[in-house]
Each structure stands twice: as C-alpha cells, then as structure tokens.
Design a binder for this molecule. Structure first.
Ligand code: SF4
Length: 338
C-alpha cells in the first residue's frame, strides 16, 4: 500500500438542482437528502480508520458533489469536518443549488463562514442564457453571482472556473472582464473530462480553430490539449496500462442507506459503479478490500494505451482533449465491445 493515499468519499447527500452537460458525477436525482446524523454515521468509520497504523489510506476528503449548498445541514457538516481534520470544509464547490430568498442566503452563508469555510468555488458556462442552458437550470447565472457577492460581502473568497465550449468560446474574454471587474480575478479556463455526462457532450468540445478566439493567457492555460491525431502520435508506443493498479486516490461513493459504490470504472457512469458493501453493517476495511480487488481486476483488464490508440484513435477528429480524456474516450469504445 502507498503511504500517502487519499480516500475521496463522495456522499450522495442531496440531489443536485442542475444537470450540467459536462457533469463528471452524472448525478441521479432519485435519492433523498442525507440528514446530519447519517452523514456523521457514514464518515466516522472512515475517519477512525484513517488514523490507524497501517490503514489503506492516510488522508480523507469528503465531498458532497458541487451542490453542498443545497444541504441545509452543510454548515454543521463543514464544522464537523474541520473539527475532525477531514478535508472538504475549507474550500467548497458552490454550484447546483436551489433558489433561496436573500434573507435565507444571508443567514445560511453566515453560518457557513462561522463553521470555518473560507472559499466558494463557482463554475461559469457562458453569459446568462448560454450558462443557464448548459447548467440546465433557469436563473442559475444570476443566482451564482448573487451568492458570490453575498459571500464576498461577509469576508469569504470566491474562485471561478470558466468551462469553454463551442457555444461560449467567443464570449470568454467578456466573461473574464466581468469577473475581473466584479471579483478582481479573470477566473481559470477549463474544458471538461471525458467522463460521466461529459462523455455525451463531445459535440460541444472546442477544436483548434476555436482556440483562436481566446486571449494568449487562456490559450496557454489550454495548451496541454491536443487533437486525437496528435495524441495518437504521442501515445502509439506507450505499451502500459491506462490506469494505475494502485492509484493514489481511492474514490468511493456512499448513499443514505450506507451503500458504498466504486465510481469511474465505467466511463459514463459517474458516481455509480460496482457495489463495494454497506458501511452501516460492515467495517470500512472490508469495503476497501472489495474496492481494491475490484479496482485491480478492472485496471488489469483494460487494454494497453498503445492498443487503445491503434484500435480506437480517430485521426480525423479535430476536437481537443487532455491525455486523460482521450484515453477515457478510447476506453468508452472498448467498454461497448465487452
Ligand atoms: S457539474 Fe456540479 S452543479 Fe452541475 S450537475 Fe454536476 S454536480 Fe450539479
């Protein structure tokens, strides 16, 4: 076992109000909110295990998806995480929330600041109409800015990611100017991973021609992206598995009935995946043993990068991918044939 391993525990604690076209979690809305006591009941066994000598991981981060602010109990949960030295309270992804009145937002955000949270992270997908369309939630552009400004007003920091796609690429510099004027930052440009719903939104992915609409700093930030043809040239001789058999990060998702699952071993499934056990009736060690054995078997069953490249590389595709995304794209084609 590696000594600096992380466990990322995804709590299916609250359905997300958005349905963003790139969502790597592919969140289901078919579950009920997880009350605070249940949240603690899920986290505690893993937190205790992380402190034991010889534990299969040494660092624990708890993640409620991007929609933590949908949970009325989240300030209490953030306080619990801070007090128990579990990551996930200091900087919180803040999208996917439902509507609240100004009065409710003010008291909610104040409680979150008092719990210790310092940073809220927001994502933009375009100007108002395009953003709302991409997020699948009318009014989301306006509500993100409203919450961000309230958060700043009570002393919190805000971070912005701008996801670049076919329908917003000409608006990126305007969006950056808006952020600079209102928040003193131009945000970070990004494209999404080929995983979860992101695997179904390839038609929105930018190509090399689109890059020309961005300023020099944004082009530099996206310089790691390549077309499939370029990736084929780089990876054709890489005779190694696409995924580490012993990754530094263990991903486990848990719902309110304690059911633990193994996400991201099927490209499109997001937080769903093979069952790893139930944390209310089994020890966390047993769940992680099942995770380990399933994960290793899966990682060893994947073709090598060179094989994926030769069989599935589409040299006519001009869209841009990170290395991880293009490998996931090829794996998705391989999965269909299994
Ligand atoms: S990307 Fe975040 S906000 Fe959007 S649907 Fe997924 S979890 Fe919700």
């Amino acid at each position: 076992m590696k000594r600096d391993r992380w466990l990322f525990l995804f709590l299916r604690a609250i359905p997300c109000s958005y349905s963003c076209k790139h969502c790597m979690f592919a969140p289901s809305k078919r579950f009920k909110a997880m009350p605070y006591d249940t949240v603690v009941k899920v986290i505690e066994p893993f937190a205790n295990l992380s402190r034991q000598e010889g534990a299969p991981f040494q660092n624990l981060a708890v993640y409620v998806g991007d929609c933590a602010l949908n949970l009325d109990d989240f300030p209490q949960i953030a306080k619990y995480l801070k007090e128990n030295k579990v990551e996930g309270w200091q900087s919180v992804a803040a999208d996917g929330f439902r509507r609240r009145s100004l009065e409710d937002w003010t008291s909610y955000l104040q409680a979150l600041r008092q719990a210790g949270t310092e940073i809220l992270e927001f994502s933009l997908y375009g100007k108002q109409a395009i953003h709302d369309w991409f997020a699948g939630f009318p009014g989301s552009y306006a509500s993100l800015h409203r919450v961000a400004k309230l958060w700043q007003a009570i002393g919190g920091q805000v971070l912005w990611s701008i996801f670049v796609h076919k329908r917003n690429v000409k608006d990126i510099s305007d969006l950056q100017n808006i952020l600079e004027e209102q928040y003193g930052t131009r945000g970070e440009v990004a494209v999404w991973e080929y995983v979860g719903w992101g695997a179904h939104s390839d038609h929105l992915r930018i190509d090399q021609e689109d890059l020309k609409a961005l300023d020099a700093a944004s082009q530099k930030a996206l310089a790691h992206l390549k077309t499939e043809k370029e990736w084929v040239e780089v990876l054709a001789q890489k005779d190694e598995p696409p995924f580490e058999a012993e990754p530094r990060v263990i991903h486990v998702s848990v719902d309110r009935s304690g059911e633990a699952r193994i996400p991201y071993t099927t490209v499109t499934q997001g937080l769903d995946g093979a069952r790893a056990g139930n944390i209310f009736i089994e020890r966390p060690e047993r769940i992680l043993e099942r995770w380990e054995s399933f994960y290793k078997k899966w990682a060893n069953s994947c073709p090598t990068i060179a094989d994926l490249c030769h069989k599935y590389g589409d040299e006519d595709n001009r869209r841009l991918y990170s290395q991880r995304s293009v490998i996931r794209k090829w794996c998705a084609k391989w999965e269909v044939q299994q």
